[in-house]
Structures are given as structure tokens and as C-alpha cells.
Design a protein around this ligand. Sequence first.
Ligand code: PRP
Length: 205
Amino acid sequence: MLTIALSKGRILDKTLPLLKKAGISVAKSELDSRKLILDTDSIDIKVIVLRASDVPVFVQHGAADFGIAGKDALLEHGADGVFELLDLEISKCRLMVASKKGVDLNKSTLKVATKYVNSAKEYFYQQGRQIEVIKLYGAVELAPIVGLSDCIVDLVDTGNTLEANNLAPVELIHEISSRLIVNSAAFNTKYIEISSWIKRIEKSL
Ligand code: PRP
């Protein structure tokens, strides 16, 4: 039996067709149910659908054998105990610094609002820039508008959310896409089963 951890939200809409092509289908009745462990049409595969940031945690601790997570979640988690095996090249976007248009970000201590605390710290500290991080869980774009922060670190896809709030992307931190990750211990003990599914997923890209 193998358990796959998937990220809920936008990324799930792109992941399910990919898995289906690889031979792993989850029925709509399963997805619509309140069940937390979902059956698939493969008797030996179960699926769990998690918050994106929890996928690396479940895979790291072996609660899932492999998973599909955004590179943003992996950077933030640190990806200890996890091998990143495939870039699925779906759900592409960018992790960026954004601010109000024309704002000077060369301050001695920059206030940065973000969900991505670790990634923001690493990015600014590597450049020797001091920051004060304000951890938010949503509506991050609001922070510079109401004076809570000088800038944000967040995902940018179309740029529409920034534009609608009179913000502009100013610095690229990392290109983001979904990655297939595997628990490093499970990859050794269940190598044959896991690698055969990974090959099928790779072929369906
Ligand atoms: C993400 C991100 C931005 C938005 C960017 O939020 O946090 O707010 O998408 O997309 P855009 O450049 O196409 O406008 P999401 O809608 O995923 O919701 P969340 O804030 O709950 O993560």
C-alpha cells in the first residue's frame, strides 16, 4: 500500500488529471466526501489531500510515501528527509518581493509581511539586508496598503492581485512549480513500487 499526499486548492485541479493519466483516479464521490483518506481506482494507492504547507511534513515523517507540493512549500519547509524527484512543471508562478509602486526598499530595517517567513528571511539575510517579518496567513497584499509593512513576499502568477491593489513585483526570489517528492526512507524500502509509479507519472507529463 502506498499513500500519496496532494495539495488542496488550485494545484489539486492540475494534479488530479496528471495522476489520472498515470493510472491513479480519485472518484468525484471520494473528493466530495468528508473522508480524509481517499480511495483510488488502484487498490494499492490511497490519497490524502492536505494544506499545501503540510504536504512536505507528512512526507518527511513517512505518513505519506510520496507527495506533490509546490516548490514554495518545499523552500519554506526546508525539505529535510524528503527527496525532490520530479519537476511536474504545473502550477507555475514566482515567489517575489512586491511593494507599492515607487517605494524605496533600501531601508536599514525593512518590514516584510508574508506567509513565507523562512524564505523571506533567507533571501534578505543572504544579501545582508535586515528585516522585520510580519507573519500573515492570508490577504498579504493588504499589508503595504495599510502601512503594516514596507513590502510583501508572496506568490505572483498573473500579477492581477498586485495590479488590483496598486502594488508592483520588484524582486524575484524563486521560480515555482509543483514537484514530486518522496520520503527518503520509503524510497529505499519500497523502491520498486514507488519508482514504478514515478515512472508512470513522469511518462504522463
Ligand atoms: C495566491 C497568492 C496571491 C495570488 C497571486 O493566493 O497568495 O494572492 O494567488 O495570483 P495572481 O498573480 O494571479 O493574482 P491564492 O489565490 O492562491 O490564495 P491564498 O492567499 O489563500 O494563498
